[in-house]
Design a protein around this ligand. Structure first.
Ligand code: FMN
Length: 173
C-alpha cells in the first residue's frame, strides 16, 4: 500500500502527529505547502492532518482543492485540537467541516497543545477575547473546547500530545 501524510499546522502539534504517523506507517509526510498535487493520484491512501482553529480543521480547504483527483482513494482525516478526547466533539467537528461529498471521510482525533505566549498577535488577541467571554459563564456550562481554553493560564503552556491518540487511525488502516 502506497500512502502519503499531508499536514497543515500553525503551532507544531499536528506536525508532531504527522511525524509519528510517518514513523508508524512508513508513509512519507509533507506539509500542504510542499505537497506535489500532480502526484497525489499515485497514492492508495492519503491521510490529511490538520490543526483546529475556531472549529475549522485546517487541512480541509486543501483536501477540497484536490478531492476530485483522489476521490477513489482511501482518505482519512486526523484533526488536532485543544479539547479533550470526546466522541461527540469529534462528530461535531466532522459535521461542521465535512459537507456533501466529503461527509463519509472518517475523522480521527488527537489532543494538541495550547500556548498563548507562542501565538501570533492576532491569535492571542482572539483567544484573550474568547477567554473573557467564557469567563462570564459558570464552569459547569463550558463547552469542551472552552474548558481547555480556560484550563491553562496565559503564562502556562499546555501540551497534551500523545502517540496513543493515533491508535484508532492505525487500526483502521
Ligand atoms: C485562534 C485559535 C483558535 C482555536 N480554536 C480551537 C477550537 O475551536 N477548538 C479546540 O479544541 N481548540 C482550538 N484551538 C487550539 C488548537 O486547536 C491547538 O492549539 C492545536 O494544538 C493547534 O494545532 P497546531 O499546534 O498544529 O497548530 C485554537 C487555537 C487557536 C490559536
Amino acid at each position: 500500500m502506497k500512502g502519503l501524510i499531508i499536514y497543515k499546522t500553525k503551532y507544531g502539534s499536528t506536525k508532531k502527529y504527522a511525524g509519528w504517523l510517518s514513523e508508524e506507517t512508513g508513509f512519507p509526510c509533507v506539509s500542504t505547502d510542499e505537497a506535489d498535487i500532480k502526484s497525489l493520484p499515485s497514492y492508495d491512501v492519503l491521510i490529511f492532518c490538520g490543526g483546529v482553529y475556531a472549529s475549522g480543521i485546517s487541512c480541509v480547504s486543501f483536501l477540497k482543492k484536490v478531492y476530485d483527483k483522489i476521490r477513489d482513494k482511501k482518505i482519512m482525516i486526523f484533526a488536532c485540537a485543544a479539547s479533550p478526547y470526546d466522541e461527540r466533539f469529534i462528530e461535531a467537528l466532522a459535521e461542521h467541516n465535512l459537507k456533501d461529498g466529503l461527509k463519509d471521510i472518517p475523522v480521527f482525533y488527537g489532543r494538541g497543545g495550547f500556548d498563548m505566549k507562542g501565538m501570533t498577535f492576532a491569535d492571542r488577541t482572539l483567544c484573550r477575547m474568547l477567554r473573557k467571554a467564557v469567563a462570564k459563564k459558570e464552569p459547569k456550562d463550558y463547552e469542551l473546547w472552552e474548558s481547555a481554553l480556560m484550563s491553562v493560564s496565559e503564562d502556562e503552556k499546555g501540551d497534551w500530545t500523545d502517540k496513543a491518540y493515533l491508535e484508532p487511525l492505525l487500526k483502521s488502516l
